[in-house]
Design a protein around this ligand. Sequence first.
Ligand SMILES: [Zn+2]
Ligand SMILES: [Zn+2]
Length: 374
Amino acid sequence: MAQRDYYEILGVDRKASGEEIKKAYRRLAMEHHPDRNPGDAAAETAFKEAAEAYDVLRDPEKRARYDRFGHAGLSGAGSGFSSPEDIFSHFGDIFGDLFGFSMGARGGRSRNRPQQGADLRYNLEISFLQAAKGASIDISLPRNAVCPECRGTRAAPGTSTETCRQCGGMGQVRHSQGFFQISVPCPSCHGEGTLIPHPCPRCKGRGVIQEMRELKVRVPPGVDSGNRLRLRGEGEGGLNGGPNGDLYVVLSVEDDPTFERDGQNLLVTKEISFVQAALGDTVTVPTLDEEPLEVAIPKGTQSGEVFRIAKKGLPYPGQNRTGDLLVAVKVLTPTRLSARQEEILREFAELEAQKTLTRARTIIKKIGKAMGVQ
Ligand SMILES: [Zn+2]
Ligand SMILES: [Zn+2]
């Protein structure tokens, strides 16, 4: 494919000065800019052509070669921009003021944008009672904070950062390698786009310092293992005036020997004697309150029966609601009996047997009546 003459593309004289070439390119770039000609393939081609021509003619060495040997003098290939993105990043200095957009997102200047600090996680183990009643717990944790000396600018007070001259603040420089042009991080600023002639002594030019933070964590009543508490703004410090991250305190609650937990309900097991079960009684049951609770066990209670005591469980965090206390009754069979106790029990058993016999006779009588037998 025959290539158009670069001077012709830019519409300038062969003796045009660098400034004239730049001006011509800016005019063409503006005219054929893809943002102004969406979907127009001809405009995109013209935009790329102009960029290629400008890339050659702005460079005195390449221009001299082109003047003497034409396209053949340029290693047999043009600069070959594949996309407008490519052109933007290559001529960032021109486009920056031309179109008024920040090159921050594309080049190394992103380091100077405000950035939110990272979120932090802290694992906090609390006792069952602290979880049930709520608590205020002091913790200390290391975190990165904005350096108070340089306020995160990374430059010593009274000095400032400079835009890197080698890369013009882009953080990237282009190298020709045979047919190709490749972008590599700028060796002068290590890809940051800025240089700090006098780094802040306090943070050694990092902009952040590590500090131990003392914090009070307010644990609301009723929390459970795995619950997260968010402490807004207590994470890592933001850079360049960005907001701090958040701190997430992840709770784990110790088991309790008395209470078992089922969500916000509490489960306790109460052992009673078989006499209490049979005759009924009032027993005491532990609760989260200091005073134990008196619970009436009705006559004829079975082992395993559960009594629900409303609102004696755990509060729902952040709600005006409380779980219940569930008391499971376990009837104990006596293992050691005195002679007298045994005697009474045998008597009891005899009465039970008679009761059963009487009941059986009554049933047989009823059946007989129903069948017409006298
Ligand atoms: Zn500092
Ligand atoms: Zn640089």
